[in-house]
Design a binder for this molecule. Structure first.
Ligand code: KG4
Ligand code: ZN
Length: 372
């Protein structure tokens, strides 16, 4: 499916878009080099609970990446409250954009394009970013590029990294999504499998909440895991022995809850660090097993890890070891680029721009925008 259809918007193809010759592999490598230029793009991300604005040069060099987190606002509710998130974006976005330009030592007039997350995400939150991005693009008369948040996560791997090459197996693992994708080139993705119920980050957050930890729970479990024994409780690794690339987290979550309740009912002490470490180990084992079978099937020699849960120390170490064993390359973004940020939106927008893909100012955000 081409990007226009994928995004459900009308796109104008750049008449100057280059045509490629040679083998398929050569084409893909050539394309990666193609966007290594001086294009200056302002990225805007407001899909969930981070207000972020970034200035990125050539799709790779981060000149600024300002992130205003709303964690404290949502913490007392144990999860993101959509109405509060949208209002907070309204307050934080303009100052974040100003700050991103200041840090980049750039002005609005230096910008070549504005890229913004068009979806998926919370509709009220998306609307704030999209409206502001459209206004800036219209006033400056520069291209407006709507970006898929999931595709932007993939591009976090290209930031500051000039050695990344397609094809790869992408493990996109966040609070809202968990999927394995065979990425052959820019916009050339094949869905291999994903969660049948909770996203991995959602499971981290729910288990953490049950254990009485702060929101967001993923980083809390990660920290606590370092103090616990990952072999203390053998939680189920459901679907690991099965064919295909789907995973399921609802059984694992329930199993943690049942274990804690049983321990308490027996009058025994609940060792929260051991439970956190054992839960995290189960997630790592599931994801490493499925990612490596995807590598075996697709015969790629690189894995791109991305999404908020890509910040998890156990997952990074587990995948690093597995990739080393197979002599393939693991690319992981810097920790601060795993969770939602506008630099990845600008990076993705730059590639779309180079491919001649622009978005109409009529385009509306789509809370359910699929990757493919
Ligand atoms: O990508 P992201 O910022 O937002 C979505 O697009 O969903 O991901 C947020 C998710 C949350 O569920 C959070 O708990 C999880 O990423 N997360 C982590 C870690 N850091 C963030 N999960 C496990 N370990 C971490 N270190
Ligand atoms: Zn995200």
């Amino acid at each position: 499916m081409d990007s226009g259809a994928r995004f459900g918007q009308s796109w104008e193809a750049d008449p100057g878009e280059p045509t490629w010759t040679g083998t398929e592999t050569a084409v893909k490598e050539q394309r990666v080099e193609e966007w290594d230029d001086d294009t200056l793009v302002l990225g805007i991300e407001t899909s969930c609970d981070e207000t972020s604005a970034a200035v990125v040069r050539g799709g790779r060099d981060i000149l600024s990446n300002v992130i205003a987190s709303q964690t404290e606002l949502h913490g007392e509710y144990g999860g993101v409250v959509p109405e509060i998130a949208a209002r907070a974006h309204v307050e934080a976005l303009t100052p974040a954009i100003r700050e991103s330009l200041l840090q980049a030592d750039a002005t609005f007039w230096d910008l070549d394009a504005v890229a913004v997350t068009l979806g998926p995400g919370l509709i009220g939150s998306l609307l704030v970013g999209v409206a502001e991005a459209k206004s800036i693009a219209a006033v400056l008369d520069i291209p407006f590029v709507g970006v898929n948040h999931l595709e932007a996560h993939i591009y976090s791997n290209f930031l500051g990294n000039h050695t990344v090459k397609w094809p790869a197996v992408v493990l996109l693992i966040s609070g809202g999504h968990t999927m394995l994708v065979h990425a052959r080139g820019h916009g050339d993705y094949e869905f291999l499998g994903g969660t049948l119920d909770d996203a991995a980050g959602e499971a981290f957050d729910k288990v953490a909440r049950f254990l009485g930890l702060d929101y967001p729970g993923g980083p809390e479990i990660d920290r606590l895991s370092l103090l616990g024994n990952p072999d203390a409780v053998r939680f189920p690794r459901s679907m690991v022995g099965e064919a295909g690339f789907d995973v399921s987290y609802s059984g694992l979550k329930t199993s943690v809850i049942n274990h804690v309740r049983k321990t308490e009912a027996a009058g025994e002490e609940v060792n929260v660090a051991d439970i956190a470490a054992s839960f995290q180990q189960a997630v790592v084992d599931i994801e490493v097993a499925k990612t490596m079978s995807a590598v075996d099937q697709t015969m790629v020699d690189a894995v791109f890890l991305c999404g908020g849960v890509a910040a998890n120390s156990g997952l990074r170490t587990g995948l690093e070891k597995a990739c080393l064993d197979r002599s393939i390359t693991l690319h992981c973004p810097a920790i601060e680029l795993c969770t939602d940020n506008a630099a990845m939106v600008a990076a993705c927008g730059t590639v779309l721009l180079r491919r001649g893909i622009y978005t109409s100012l009529e385009a509306a955000p789509d809370p359910n925008l699929p990757l493919l």
